[in-house]
Design a protein around this ligand. Structure first.
Ligand SMILES: Nc1nc2c(c(=O)[nH]1)N[C@H]1C(S)=C(S)[C@@H](COP(=O)(O)OP(=O)(O)OC[C@H]3O[C@@H](n4cnc5c(=O)[nH]c(N)nc54)[C@H](O)[C@@H]3O)O[C@H]1N2
Ligand SMILES: Nc1nc2c(c(=O)[nH]1)N[C@H]1C(S)=C(S)[C@@H](COP(=O)(O)OP(=O)(O)OC[C@H]3O[C@@H](n4cnc5c(=O)[nH]c(N)nc54)[C@H](O)[C@@H]3O)O[C@H]1N2
Ligand code: SF4
Ligand SMILES: [Mo]
Length: 878
């Protein structure tokens, strides 16, 4: 009898909800995944991405050994080279000639040692993180209002609120478990109201009583209008404001001076919004990237917080502003001082007493004299040759930074670049002199903090593959080679955590909120068994909310209201670039897709980079549905599939941020995004640049499937994983003269036996290439977007020759499921529509009972509701 594999409690590595995961290794390198019922963040629930974690931990594409200049090397040689290059640069050009660019996906222990090395030993502030692109405006807004970067509330507030306002947050896709939690609360208490403020009508609007399609960037004008109305109605909490708030009058004057028409909303919608918000004691305002990623992001944050302070609605059950964090450890990074303008444990790098206290604690030879370069400035310094050695850890800036082509070229031109990653070929790793193999989720060991200040353990489920090392270990190894072996001699993450907890006691003594000093003597065994807990801990009350009774961390202990003057997005629209370019996420992919693209299930929801555009705009531009659009501006270009949608406002388009140079020919949309930043936070305006759009003039379109991974040579291509290989969309400006030769070259199968149906006159080609009697690759090409059943063609891989091989669709006895809507149970759009029609299904629940769709993670429930509403048969292809 074999013993059942142990089940390990760990934490999901994707979004900031921070769901507890139970992972059981299957003994073959994979694992089974369930939600952890005992975890406070999710009580057993997981979304599609969390549920598919087991499909993303295989070793395909993993970086398994250090690589120096393209050659695999031993660790010692790679580390010696890195340490030598950093040492030389510091000796010759000073500590500010080097930089680290790190990530909110590092564990707290990784983050801690990276900061200690740069700020306390190298003595520069030049360590910044991708959280600059993500949470920096929230951090800056919190610090301005509260004196410290504190999230006052907790998830329970979502259950207890009477009104939930979601501002610039597509919670249904980006924080699905929290979205389901709100949906459940609303079902239990139908009087609860949900408002969504987003220029797009997103899946999140499915539970909204009111959707405010605000003009892009105009959130501050909206909350200014609310503040003015709060005062006009005499709804200010005078006692709270008198005792605990400063700046009320100035903030009100600015709010009254601001023009509500900038919101683009009707007077009726504005009145309904202010009525709901003011009329209910328990209001939570949840916000995310539609607020932060703006050249006025910090002001937007403070415009929101102003309203909560004016009515004393903060830190109370069911009431408060709530910034939901993106990455699994975005919050941990903020606590540990990951940004260039912070110190560990919420201490301030600008404050000389704080710097001295940290340096004293570290007993370190140097200390950053002040803030270092923020991400955009850091890559400018790289471009200008001021940064001579750069270490990029756990992030893919050649894809995710604004002006991505410029950033890519800057990295390529830098004297010395090190990348630590889990993936061998990322757009960034390709540019590095040295690539260091890190352990990934499922192998790593440490802690993360979620959106509600809950610290949880990530635990190893699988052994480290190849020569991969933990990020904290790689950083400490380099520190040792640079001469600080003793100061970085940790025997494991528990030792780092103890030191960090002890430092938080120093911070607590300096009056900061982040104090977890209860854990400074935690034993290795206790750390191993550590259950999720929420700070504050230590002398402060355990795990509670902040600020209901004041007690802010400003010098006068008052919360600050700020006068806000709304500003339009930095890039004005122009006749050359008349469209507002909104960007963001899709449900089943994570950032630059190095992990989610491994899962065929997750790849099926959205298989291609796309441009969501209002049908009237598409018509005017001559774009055809399912055709291709070329999007461009002075910064760069992208080619994207046209997705017509009346969920968009005319004049504004949306594209997902996920596609890389590995996954598509021209899908890196950050090439277009201007690097305009918020003046306070330095966060770039990732959602607000201007573009022009034209049809991509394709002479031919193709759809292909292949058992082998290929790098297609075609004007346009995008590829995605399928169950037995790859599916590839193609197009070109000039049709090949010989389709069969083209196919053999495309799939690198010169010798394969070909089954063909070619009509050269009409430009139609269907070609299957057989290897040992089995289908190894198939190409369908036509002058129009190819309307074959993608699912059917993908299932042909591995089949033997048969008369219907190139029919392009299933026989009547084998219905085509269509694009996958429910990723958990693999249920396609056509199956759902057929069931709605045949079985008369009338609710999302009824679909669940009939097909299981939507009954696991629930992420697809908004789409099921939309299908019910439309209930029209759809094109099988997409
Ligand atoms: N599936 C999935 N989930 C994720 C991630 C992922 O990659 N995939 N990433 C995680 C990370 S790191 C983050 S930061 C979060 C992000 O989570 P979200 O912030 O919810 O996601 P986004 O899609 O970037 O943007 C949210 C919305 O902002 C809207 N928006 C654009 N401009 C404006 C504006 O001016 N005002 C307002 N009010 N809204 C505007 C967009 O239309 C979009 O719907 O998601 C996390 N969760
Ligand atoms: N236009 C536009 N651009 C955006 C955004 C947007 O909304 N619009 N959003 C921004 C936001 S909010 C974010 S958070 C960023 C995200 O952007 P990135 O941080 O660039 O995206 P990821 O794909 O998460 O990059 C993580 C990298 O780390 C690797 N990795 C994974 N696990 C580990 C590990 O444990 N150790 C190491 N060393 N490496 C690991 C992965 O293979 C991958 O290469 O993008 C930003 N860019
Ligand atoms: S909501 Fe989904 S992606 Fe986010 S932590 Fe939970 S399972 Fe992971
Ligand atoms: Mo993020």
């Amino acid at each position: 009898m074999t013993r059942a594999a142990p089940t390990i409690c760990t934490t999901c590595p994707y979004c900031g909800v921070g769901c507890g995961v139970l992972a059981s290794p299957d003994g073959a390198g994979g694992m089974e995944i369930r939600g952890d019922k005992a975890h406070p963040a999710n009580a057993g629930k997981l979304c599609s991405k969390g549920s598919a974690l087991g499909e993303t931990v295989d070793l395909e594409g993993r970086l398994l050994a250090p690589v120096v200049k393209g050659q695999e090397t031993e660790w010692d040689a790679a580390l010696d080279l890195v340490a030598e290059k950093f040492r030389t640069s510091i000796a010759e050009h000073g500590p500010d000639s080097v930089a680290f660019y790190v990530s909110g996906q590092l564990l707290t222990e990784d983050y801690y040692v990276a900061n200690k090395l740069m700020k306390g030993f190298i003595g520069s502030g030049n360590i910044d993180t991708n959280s600059r692109l993500c949470m920096a405006s929230s951090v800056a807004g919190h610090k301005r209002a509260f004196g410290t970067d504190t999230v006052p509330g907790q998830y329970e507030d979502f259950d207890e609120a009477d009104v939930i306002v979601l501002v610039g947050s597509n919670l249904a896709w980006c924080h699905p478990v929290l979205y389901q939690r709100i949906a459940a609360a609303k079902k239990a208490r139908p009087e609860m109201r949900v408002v969504v403020v987003d220029p797009r009508r997103t899946a999140t609007c499915d539970i909204a009583d009111l959707h405010l399609a605000v003009a892009p960037g105009a959130d501050a004008a909206l909350f200014n209008a609310l503040l003015a109305e709060i005062a006009a109605r005499g709804a200010v909490d005078r006692a709270y404001v008198a005792a605990h708030v400063s700046g009320f009058e100035d903030a009100l004057v600015a709010a009254q001076a601001s023009d509500p028409s900038a919101t683009g909303l009707s007077a009726a919608d504005l009145a309904e919004f202010t009525r709901l918000w003011i009329g209910s004691e328990r209001v939570v305002t949840i916000y995310s990237q539609g607020v932060n990623q703006s050249s006025s992001g910090t002001d937007k944050v403070n415009a929101i917080i102003n309203c909560h302070l004016a009515m004393g609605r903060i830190g109370k059950p069911g009431a408060g502003p709530f910034s939901v964090t993106g990455q699994p450890n975005a919050m941990g990074g903020r606590e540990v001082g990951g940004l260039a303008n912070m110190l560990a444990c919420h201490l301030d790098i600008e404050n000389a007493d704080h710097r001295d206290a940290v340096q004293g604690f570290w007993v370190s030879p140097a200390m950053a004299p002040g803030p270092g370069l923020k991400a955009v400035d850091m890559f400018r310094a790289v471009e200008e040759g001021r940064i001579k050695a750069l270490w990029i850890i756990c992030t893919n800036p050649a894809v995710s930074m604004p002006e991505a082509d410029r950033v890519r070229d800057a990295i390529a031109g830098c004297d010395f670049v090190v990348v630590s990653d889990i993936t061998a070929d990322t757009d960034t790793a390709k540019l590095a002199d040295v690539i260091l193999p890190a352990t990934g989720w499922g192998e790593k060991d440490g802690t993360v903090t979620n959106s509600e200040r809950c610290i949880s353990r990530q635990r190893p489920v699988l052994p480290a593959p190849g020569q991969a090392r933990h990020d904290w270990k790689i950083i400490c190894d380099i520190a040792a080679k640079m001469g600080w072996a003793e100061e970085f001699a940790y025997d494991g993450p528990a030792a780092i955590f103890r030191e960090y907890a002890a430092l938080s006691e120093v911070a607590g003594r300096l009056g900061r909120d982040f104090d977890i000093s209860d854990y400074k003597t935690i034993s290795d065994a206790e750390y191993e068994a550590l259950a999720p807990f929420r700070w504050p801990q230590g002398p402060m009350k355990k795990g509670g909310r902040f600020f209901a009774d004041g007690g802010f961390f400003t010098p006068d202990r008052k919360g600050r209201m700020l006068p806000i003057t709304p500003r339009a997005p930095k890039t004005a629209l122009s006749p050359q670039t008349p469209f507002r370019f909104n960007t963001g996420r899709v449900r089943d992919h994570w950032h630059t897709m190095t992990r989610t693209a491994k899962s065929p299930r997750l790849s099926l929801h959205m298989a291609e980079p796309y441009l969501e555009i209002h049908p009237a705009d598409a018509l005017r531009l001559g774009l055809r549905a399912a055709g291709l659009a070329e999007v461009s501006n002075a910064n760069g270009r992208a080619v994207l599939r046209v997705l017509e949608s009346s969920r968009m406002q005319p004049g504004s388009v949306f594209a997902p941020m996920h596609w890389t140079g590995q996954a598509a020919s021209d899908g890196r949309i950050d090439a277009l995004v201007a690097a305009h930043v918020d003046p306070v936070s330095g966060q770039p305006e990732s959602k607000g640049c201007a573009v022009q759009i034209a049809p991509y003039q394709a002479a031919w379109f193709g759809f292909a499937v292949s058992v082998n991974d290929i790098t297609p040579r075609a004007g346009y291509w995008a590829k995605a994983r399928s169950k037995s290989g790859w599916r590839i969309e193609l197009a070109g400006r000039e049709a090949p003269a010989d389709w069969e030769a083209f196919a053999r070259d495309l799939f690198a199968l010169p010798e394969a036996e070909a089954v063909t149906m070619i009509d050269a006159g009409r430009g139609l080609a269907r070609i299957a290439l057989m290897v040992e009697g089995r289908v190894s690759a198939v190409l369908f090409a036509a002058p129009e977007p190819v309307a074959v059943s993608r699912g059917h063609v993908a299932a042909l891989l591995g089949a033997s020759d048969q008369p219907s091989l190139l029919a392009g669709r299933a026989g009547a006895d084998q219905p085509d499921p269509g694009a996958i809507v429910c990723a958990c149970f693999d249920v396609g759009v056509n199956t759902i529509l057929a069931a709605i029609a045949d079985q008369g299904l009338a609710s999302v629940e009824a679909i669940g009972t009939a097909l299981q769709a939507g009954t696991n993670c629930g992420s697809c429930r908004p789409e099921l509701a939309a299908l019910l509403a439309s209930a029209q048969p759809r094109e099988a292809a997409e």
